[in-house]
Design a protein around this ligand. Structure first.
Ligand SMILES: [Zn+2]
Length: 232
C-alpha cells in the first residue's frame, strides 16, 4: 500500500512537472513571438502600368519593390507581426477605375493606411540618379513626424550594418513625397538602392541580396515596434 501511494505521489509530481514545463514553454514562445508584435503595412511602390524607375540593365523598379516586399512580409510574419500589403501582384491601384492616374493610385494607398491604421508603413522603392557612381540605401521620413524620423533612423542603421558599412547616407526628412504628406501614420520610404548604379542594380535583382535587404528592414522594424511596446 505504501508503495502504491508513493508511486501515485510520484506520478502526480511528474505530471505536474510536465504540465508546468509545457505551460512555461508555451508562454516563452508566445513572449518571443510577441516581442516585435504589431501591425505593419508594406507598400510596394508603383506597379501595373507604372514601372517606376528603369534600371541600367532595364530592371523595372516595380518588380524589385514587390520581390523585396514579399520577402519582408514573410520575415515579419515569422516574428509575429501582422502584415498588410498595398499590392501583392503587378497592379496599379487605380486600375478598374476607368483611368489609371498616378494620383488615384496614391490616393488608394493612403486610404488603405487610414483603414488599417498600422503601427507603421514601410514604402519600398528603388532609387535612380544621372551619375552612375551614386549608390547606397537611404530611408526618408516626413519632416514633421518625430516617429517617422525615429523609424527611419533605426532602419537606416540596420541597412548600413547589414548591406554596406561604407554607406554614409543618413535618414532624410522630406515634405514633398505624396505618401509622406498625405498620411497621418508613421510612414517611411525605403529606397533600397540605386538602379542607375551598375553593381547595385545587379545586386537588387539577386534573390540572396533581396533577402538581406528584407532582413535589414525586418530587424529595424522589430526594433522600432518593441520601442512602441515599451511605451504602452
Ligand atoms: Zn519608386
Amino acid at each position: 500500500m505504501k508503495k502504491k501511494i508513493w508511486e501515485l505521489g510520484m506520478t502526480v509530481l511528474l505530471l505536474t512537472g510536465v504540465f508546468w514545463l509545457a505551460r512555461t514553454g508555451a508562454r516563452l514562445t508566445g513572449a518571443d513571438a510577441g516581442a516585435g508584435n504589431g501591425v505593419v503595412l508594406i507598400d510596394s511602390g508603383h506597379g501595373g502600368s507604372d514601372p517606376g524607375k528603369i534600371g541600367i540593365h532595364q530592371e523595372k523598379e516595380k518588380d524589385i519593390n514587390l520581390q523585396i516586399a514579399k520577402r519582408l512580409k514573410k520575415q515579419l510574419e515569422k516574428n509575429g507581426v501582422k502584415v498588410y500589403m498595398t499590392r501583392e501582384n503587378d497592379v496599379d491601384l487605380s486600375e478598374g477605375d476607368g483611368g489609371n492616374s498616378k494620383v488615384q493610385d496614391l490616393k488608394r494607398r493612403c486610404e488603405m493606411v487610414r483603414k488599417i491604421q498600422p503601427d507603421c508603413v514601410l514604402s519600398i522603392h528603388q532609387n535612380s540618379y544621372p551619375e552612375e557612381a551614386i549608390h547606397g540605401a537611404q530611408v526618408f521620413y516626413y519632416e514633421d513626424s518625430s516617429e517617422g524620423k525615429k523609424l527611419a533612423e533605426i532602419l537606416q542603421k540596420h541597412l548600413v550594418e547589414v548591406l554596406d558599412k561604407e554607406n554614409h547616407r543618413q535618414a532624410k526628412g522630406n515634405r514633398t513625397y505624396y505618401m509622406l504628406k498625405k498620411t497621418e501614420a508613421t510612414l517611411v520610404i525605403v529606397e533600397c538602392g540605386f538602379l542607375s548604379n551598375n553593381q547595385e542594380a545587379l545586386l537588387l535583382t539577386d534573390e540572396k541580396y533581396q533577402s538581406k535587404v528584407a532582413k535589414a528592414i525586418c530587424s529595424g522594424t522589430l526594433e522600432y515596434l518593441s520601442s512602441l511596446a515599451e511605451k504602452k
